[in-house]
Design a protein around this ligand. Sequence first.
Ligand code: ZN
Length: 185
Amino acid sequence: MDTNLILKAITFAAEKHKYQRRKGFNQVPYINHPLKVCKLLSDCGEEDEILLVGAILHDVIEDTDSTTDEIIKEFGEDTCKLVLEVTDDKEVSKSERKEFQINNAPLSSLNARKLKIADKICNMRDIISYPLDWSMERKLNYLKWAKKVFDACGNVNPLLEKIFTNTYNEGIELLGEGLVEMHKT
Ligand code: ZN
């Protein structure tokens, strides 16, 4: 493992995301998110540098002024290709992007599928445990959509899949209960 490369990616992403906060999540610095995605993949036994560096950089093209040329120059073509595989096309509507993620998942590389699942796990965890001004329905809809993408990804890493399923079930239970409570009152 090239520690220097990982640190370079962290520094690069931290600089790119420096003025960003996670939406609604109590002003949590944005960089916390890609770092958690990377750590989760590592915890699940993933050691591939392209995957781990790609995880740290996975939102820089979508959400910052980073360009593909910059990523290629600093981290090489394979890493850039992976980041692009998990980058949404912001030219199309949100619902089209969501639909595309489901349809495109089976066609994605193995690393991209692992990264997509780890990203969804971290987002679900944030939705479940951080204060977020989304309605219960909206939270549940995110979880259900994430599950569709997960199912479309197929088998990638047994531990990662298990964590996804546990997080999803926990979320459905918690949010489902909240929804029932809400309709009672
Ligand atoms: Zn992400």
